[in-house]
Design a protein around this ligand. Structure first.
Ligand code: G6P
Length: 470
């Protein structure tokens, strides 16, 4: 039960928080804790070190909103029902309309530019909601922060918060972290000038703006220079979030993962002689799942000796299904997988095993089993799958990795690097992966795992906090 929030010394703000509530049929609320770098980072800061910590997040569904209404909550978490009172629909407009349909599309360069974007009245209405939603966060943070507290604002959902908060509470140390890529300047400037300015000024309201790689940090700086003439004293930092080796190694050896491993082997078939190409993604436009399937089909077409000797295990988990483009994309993934299966499949061999229901234990089982992991996003802030697979892999795994993923900066040397638009090139990379001698594969996996775990989540978080407080 959290009704009052003591003045916190360290605050995190993000759209999606560490816990969500589901409203059961009997009227009870059940809480589900999420994972991820921020959760382990925040739990790593002992109170003795930093004082009380508070996570401010948005109520995302009916369960969350009901929890806010009933005053149900976890210590250290403050959930904001942005849509309460006269604000009905504000969160949806801000989250689906601006954050996921505009800012996500700009930073991942996803627009089909002859038709989109077209920034008109609908966009302007949603933009007003985005401002309201950011304002709600800024107000809540201003209320809950102790004098001189450190506030770590996360991601494109909350780009205006640092500037708004700075005005309310000049005493605070404010950081902003972008978990996405940052758009190249010409692409970013598709946004209306006033909106582009507001977004940059919003982030520059922070003492420090940080990114996952130097490439995204440089792109942000270039945008600031082009649009505003400079970064006006805000420090720019880079923190390359790594995989959590201890957690992954322990978790991937548990019984539920072993069970799924057995089930997956059965689905792959071939008595253990078949090779497995694995991908695990949210069904997300930027993940480039369709071109990955096209590349696999090209491999089967051009290297017929691999038919019946390889299976593509593809997990494409539901994401942002409120948006029609995401639903359509999910349907294209499903249709193409079916097409490949009817084109090439024979009795006893299904070329593509596609799962679309989220299951973390099964993902870990697939990581263990993979001979080749395909991570081919069009653009990606980091991509943690690329970092997790080498850590968990049983016998070494070739990583086929897009040069447009942030992770490529750290993993490029030991991965097979691809241009994500080059389907034929990706097919060749998959082939190279299947052909790589086991010894070389194991050596590379060892080096990949070391690079992937260089900055574990807790350290990643503490580094940011210290840099902000310095
Ligand atoms: C990306 C973003 C995160 C976001 C996640 C899942 O990684 O950087 O901020 O939470 O995608 O997206 P969702 O819309 O489901 O929160």
């Amino acid at each position: 039960m959290v009704s009052e929030h003591a003045a916190a010394q360290v605050l995190v703000a993000s759209n999606r928080g560490p816990v969500t509530y589901a409203l059961e049929e009997n009227g009870e609320l059940t809480a589900k804790r999420g994972g991820g770098g921020l959760v382990s980072g925040l739990s790593a800061i002992g109170e003795s070190e930093t004082g009380a910590a508070l996570w401010v997040c948005a109520a995302l569904g009916d369960g969350d909103r009901e929890a806010v209404r009933r005053g149900v909550g976890e210590p250290g978490v403050r959930m904001l029902d942005i849509d309460a009172g006269s604000h009905e629909g504000v969160h949806t407009d801000a989250y689906n309309g601006i954050a996921n349909s505009v800012l996500w599309f700009v930073h991942h360069m996803l627009y089909q530019t002859p038709l989109e974007p077209a920034f008109g009245p609908e966009f302007r209405a949603q933009w007003a909601s985005y401002e309201t939603y950011n304002r709600a966060f800024a107000d809540a943070l201003a209320q809950s922060a102790a004098p001189g507290a450190a506030v770590l604002v996360q991601d494109y959902h909350l780009a205006l918060v640092p500037g708004m908060l700075r005005e309310l509470r000049p005493d605070l140390r404010i950081g902003h972290f972008s978990h996405t890529p940052w758009a190249p300047v010409d692409y970013f400037r598709m946004l209306p000038d006033d909106v582009a300015e507001q977004l940059l000024r919003g982030i520059l309201g922070a003492d420090r703006a940080a990114f996952l790689t130097g490439r995204w940090a440089d792109a942000f700086t270039e945008c600031c220079v082009a649009v505003l003439g400079g970064t006006s004293g805000t420090r720019i930092g880079v923190h390359g979030l790594g995989a959590d080796a201890d957690f992954l190694r322990e978790r991937s050896r548990r019984a539920d993962v072993e069970e799924r491993l057995v089930a997956l082997r059965e689905q792959v078939g071939g008595g253990g002689d078949r090779k497995v190409i694995v991908r695990v993604d949210r069904t997300e436009l930027s993940k480039n799942i369709v071109r990955g399937l096209l590349a696999y089909r090209e491999l089967l077409a051009s290297r017929p000796e691999w038919r019946e000797r390889v299976v593509h295990v593809a997990f494409a988990y539901p994401s942002r299904q409120d948006l029609a483009v995401y639903r359509d994309y999910t349907a294209s993934v499903q249709a193409l997988a079916d097409e490949i299966n009817s084109e090439y499949g024979v009795e006893g061999w299904t070329p593509v095993v596609l799962h679309v229901k989220d299951d973390f234990a099964r993902s870990l089982a697939a990581y263990r089993l993979a001979d080749v992991a395909l991570v081919n996003p069009i653009r990606d802030g980091m991509n943690l799958v690329a970092k997790e697979v080498p850590v968990v892999s049983d016998e070494g795994c070739v990583l086929v990795l897009s040069r447009e993923a942030g992770a490529c900066e750290e993993l490029g040397e030991d991965a097979v690097v691809v241009n994500p638009y080059d389907v034929t090139g990706t097919a060749s990379a998959l082939y190279a992966g299947l052909m790589m001698p086991l010894e070389e594969r194991a050596e590379r996996t060892k080096r990949l795992a070391a690079a992937a775990t260089a900055l574990p989540p807790a350290q990643w978080f503490l580094d940011q906090l210290r840099a902000l407080q310095a």
